[in-house]
Design a protein around this ligand. Structure first.
Ligand SMILES: [Zn+2]
Length: 184
């Protein structure tokens, strides 16, 4: 059986709806939003809105799916999870086809692309590095704050460490040189 890759699915992160959920909980009416993405090389449009303790999701104008939201209290504030139909709390729900259901990774039986390759073969090694590089590059673009009070931020340093581990020492060296030249 071929497994579906996480990378080939649409994923909805609770962070994506956080702001709108906040507005809804503050009593704002008709809080709704839309996410545009691609799924199976076709355009995907996910409309969402809120009702009581649930999120309603409709893919490409289809029948809405109701997803219960669970608030996990933390010392400061709370973290919201989706409650998948299996009962698990999930930070992300996935859609494998536009007329499918939003479910957690386990329910869909999804695997990460990186886990499908043999890391010990030469091609595998190369692919593994490329895959990590692509992910890290995407991440560093998303990281707005590189400096804080004249130093690299923790998030950036973590990223550098991962780069070094994946074998991209050049990029790490560059970053060190850059910091030296700026704060020299
Ligand atoms: Zn599930």
């Amino acid at each position: 059986m071929t497994k579906t890759l996480v990378e080939n699915c649409f994923s909805l992160d609770t962070k994506r709806i956080k702001n709108d959920l906040g507005k809804f909980r503050c009593g704002r009416e008709n809080v709704e939003g839309m996410i545009r993405d691609n799924l199976l090389e076709k355009e995907l449009r996910v409309n969402y809105w809120f009702e009581e303790d649930s999120l309603l999701l409709s893919a490409n104008g289809g029948e809405p799916q109701r997803v219960l939201l669970y608030n996990h209290p933390l010392t400061f504030g709370a973290r919201t999870y989706f409650v998948c139909e299996c009962g698990r709390n999930a930070g992300k729900l996935y859609l494998t086809s536009p007329n499918g259901h939003f479910k957690c990774r386990k329910c869909h039986g999804l695997i990460y692309e990186i886990n499908t390759i043999n890391k010990h073969s030469p091609q595998g090694k190369f692919f593994y590095k490329m895959n990590r590089m692509i992910k890290l590059t995407n991440k560093s673009e998303a990281m707005k704050k590189i400096f804080y009070k004249g130093r690299y931020t923790k998030a950036f340093l973590r990223n550098l460490k991962m780069l070094a581990r994946a074998g991209f020492s050049e990029k790490v060296e560059d970053a060190k040189m850059l910091l030296k030249s700026i704060w020299a």
